[in-house]
Design a protein around this ligand. Structure first.
Ligand SMILES: NC(=O)c1ccc[n+]([C@@H]2O[C@H](COP(=O)([O-])OP(=O)(O)OC[C@H]3O[C@@H](n4cnc5c(N)ncnc54)[C@H](O)[C@@H]3O)[C@@H](O)[C@H]2O)c1
Length: 317
């Protein structure tokens, strides 16, 4: 069975490629290295069942490519204003990969009669007025706000996917991924937990936005990968929209304190600036549906996951 993973050289994609290879699939990783890296694929290159296709998915892939399933993960994902790799800096690329790119990949899935999974995001809920967020909550998103380039393009990617299911009977599904953490998140991405870990390990000030009262729930990468695979391959998943994330909620300040403790760091925790525009104050998934349909829930304890991540950055920094 041949599986295509777009964005396979990124954080989530590279872990997914590795797991699919371990499960015995042929894997084709499609990536243009906008925010990903060949280094993330080091383990995959050792496997003969792995192919790398350097390609921008906004353009059609060769019609000669045959596949049985497509995981469409390609998209910048970091919200940090100060990162050159954030979806704010790469705004046009983000809008196009989630709209035009999704359309091209849906067409390829249809041509191959392949299964399809669109990697959407908790950001489709915007700054939610409902807490925790269920899949039937329509969200509170500004169409023109700073983060809309990501939020609205993910929403449109979902719309395209739903259209292909409804009109063309495609075997597709949507994963709404909540904050995920683990090894291989790029330091340059400047996502919250990487920032905290690298600042703590380098003895720099640990910077939090605002007072750090805003909450987040973080899911360890291995748990997320298990959820994505079940959502693609389990029966009765066609047409489903599923939240995948952790329900363990902590304030940003609590995460900073925990990282400081686990790294034995002397770094000071400081409030840097006010909250970025449209920064959600609360974010936590309702995962009842994932539990019922996929028997899925995160298993890896936060401290265990953070320790694994800290070990990785100790070696790579
Ligand atoms: N990491 C999270 O917490 C999180 C949360 C919600 C949703 N997601 C979604 O999951 C997916 C993967 O996120 P990630 O954290 O691994 O991000 P990442 O930036 O590490 O990986 C994205 C990959 O997509 C590639 N890419 C981007 N545009 C491309 C294009 N036009 N053509 C080909 N490749 C392209 C990049 O080079 C990179 O390798 C994204 O769609 C993201 O929106 C991630």
């Amino acid at each position: 069975m041949k599986i295509i993973v777009t964005g396979g050289a990124g954080f989530i994609g590279s872990h997914l490629c590795e797991r699919l290879l371990k499960d015995g699939y042929d894997v084709g990783c499609v990536d243009n290295f906008l925010t990903g890296s060949k280094l993330n694929l080091y383990n995959c290159f050792q496997n003969k069942k792995f192919t790398l296709i350097q390609h921008d998915v906004i353009k059609p892939l060769s019609r000669s490519i045959k596949c049985d399933a497509i995981f469409h993960l390609a998209s910048p994902a970091s919200p940090n204003l100060h990162s050159k790799l954030s979806y704010l800096a790469l705004s046009m690329e983000t809008m196009l990969v989630n709209s035009q790119g999704t359309l091209e990949l849906l067409k390829l899935a249809k041509l191959n009669n392949a299964k399809f999974l669109f990697a959407s995001s908790s950001e489709v809920y915007g700054d939610p007025e409902e807490h925790p967020q269920k899949e039937d909550y329509n969200g509170n998103v500004s169409t023109t706000g700073l983060r809309s380039v990501y939020d609205e393009s993910k929403r449109f990617g979902e719309t395209l996917t739903a259209h292909f299911i409804r009109k063309l009977n495609l075997d597709a599904r949507i994963a709404r991924i909540f904050n995920t953490y683990g090894p291989r998140m790029l330091k340059a991405d400047m996502r919250m937990i990487v920032n905290f870990i690298t600042q703590a390990l380098e003895g720099k000030r640990i910077t939090i936005f605002g007072e750090g009262k805003q909450t987040r729930s973080l899911c360890y990468i291995d748990d997320l990968i298990e959820g994505l695979i079940r959502l693609m391959f389990y029966p009765n998943t066609k047409g489903q929209i599923i939240n995948l994330g952790s329900t363990e909620e902590h304030s940003v300040r609590e995460y900073a304190n925990l990282v400081k403790k686990l790294t034995n760091s002397k770094s000071k925790i400081v409030c840097s600036e006010k909250l970025p525009q449209d920064d959600p104050k609360k974010r936590k998934p309702d995962i009842t549906k994932a539990n019922q349909l996929l028997g899925w829930q995160p298993k890896i304890d936060l401290k265990v996951g953070l320790k694994k991540m800290i070990e990785y950055y100790k070696k790579t920094l």
